[in-house]
Design a protein around this ligand. Structure first.
Ligand SMILES: Cc1cc2nc3c(=O)[nH]c(=O)nc-3n(C[C@H](O)[C@H](O)[C@H](O)COP(=O)(O)O)c2cc1C
Length: 335
């Protein structure tokens, strides 16, 4: 049975918890550009995501008040605890962005130091900050000054080019820790690697042993079993699910069940999960945009099901919700 949608319209983000859960049994939803919007975050929370991170938001865009940027910040009281991820390279814009967000009620922040997209790195932002530690630290200082000690996390990659330098990464991480970072997250690939090869969990384990603040692991966590294995192998404080959540938001329920040494509960069938996502999208977004979003989201859910390509083609042609529901019913053979 699907739960009815009873959510307030877009609103500011009033309630902020005093601390964030970072333990093993509290899986986070990673920042996902184009994906971790309010709708998807609420869905993931229904399955047990402990903390969610927004899509990355441009600090400069926020200061100049771009409408698109404000859309990325839609939040609701149910959507807590929430971390807003910013990207940018200019400490002053990052400071101002945090101030604007604090004024609006947001309390937790993250600086993207891992985005490998050329357009972002060309501005000196994302993973490019790893090649400019002096500016990275200035940016961190500015955000921490505006947010308060412990209220900002930093999401890192291993570095920019092919080979990574463990000492350089450790040095940056230790400095962020000394400055008052609340947590760090590491996707252990270099920017040049993108998503190729395997995430280097050994690098997570090495960094964990150097730090006293929580390090969250990210990278190749496609199932809850991956998450638990990563925790056991690296000693990380917790995990962030990214592509694993995109493919199946019930990954959070499975993670929590495994932590309690139980077997994962039976979760809603895929068709129900998609309908729930659609219902939330319609309740929370503009109709047109929600429909477009669902057309890009559904293929991730169905990617391993037989006939997934035909479904994707059918969905692309859907001009309204009825047609989309019809395409899904045909795919899932719902009479
Ligand atoms: C579609 C997509 C969008 C992403 N957007 C962001 C982002 O906005 N900020 C960020 O720090 N990382 C972003 N990432 C990286 C993820 O947060 C995560 O670190 C990465 O996918 C590795 O985890 P995984 O292998 O378990 O998916 C993105 C990844 C994907 C697949």
């Amino acid at each position: 049975m699907l739960k009815p949608v009873s959510l307030p319209p877009r609103c500011r983000c009033p309630a902020n918890p005093a601390s964030l859960p970072t333990g093993r049994e509290h899986p986070w939803l990673a920042p996902l550009a184009g994906y971790s919007d309010l709708t998807f975050r609420i869905l993931c929370r229904e399955y047990g995501a402990a903390v969610c991170v927004t899509e990355m938001v441009s600090a400069k865009g926020l200061v100049y008040s771009g409408a698109g940027t404000r859309d990325l910040l839609a939040a609701a009281p149910e959507d807590q605890p929430l971390v807003v991820q910013l990207f940018g390279s200019e400490p002053e814009f990052l400071r101002q962005a945090v101030e604007i967000l604090r004024e609006a009620g947001y309390g937790w922040f993250d600086l993207n130091m891992g985005c490998a997209v050329r357009k972002v790195m060309r501005q000196g932002a994302g993973a490019a900050l790893l090649d400019d530690p002096a500016n990275a630290l200035a940016a961190a200082k500015a955000m921490l000054a505006a947010a308060g000690r412990g209220r900002v996390g930093f999401k890192l990659r291993l570095g920019v080019s092919g080979e990574y330098s463990g000492p350089a990464l450790t040095d940056l991480a230790l400095r962020l820790q000394d400055m008052g970072a609340g947590w760090l997250a590491l996707h252990p690939r270099t920017a040049r690697q993108g998503f190729s090869g395997q995430a280097n969990w050994d690098a997570i384990a090495r960094l964990v042993h150097k730090l006293s603040l929580p390090l969250l692991a990210s990278g190749d966590l496609l199932t809850a079993e991956d998450g638990l294995r990563c925790l056991d192998l690296t000693g990380a404080a917790g995990v962030m699910y990214a592509r694993g959540a995109m493919r199946n938001p019930a990954i959070f329920a499975a993670h929590r069940a495994l932590c309690q040494k139980g077997s994962p509960q039976k979760t809603a069938p895929l068709h129900d999960m998609i309908l729930r996502h659609m219902a939330l999208a319609r309740a929370l977004g503009s109709d047109d945009r929600a429909l477009r979003k669902m057309r890009s989201v559904i293929p991730h859910y169905a990617r391993s099901a037989p006939g997934a390509r035909a479904l994707r083609d059918a969905i692309c042609r859907c001009a309204n919700w009825q047609e989309l529901e019809g395409a899904l019913a045909a795919f899932f053979r719902i009479p």
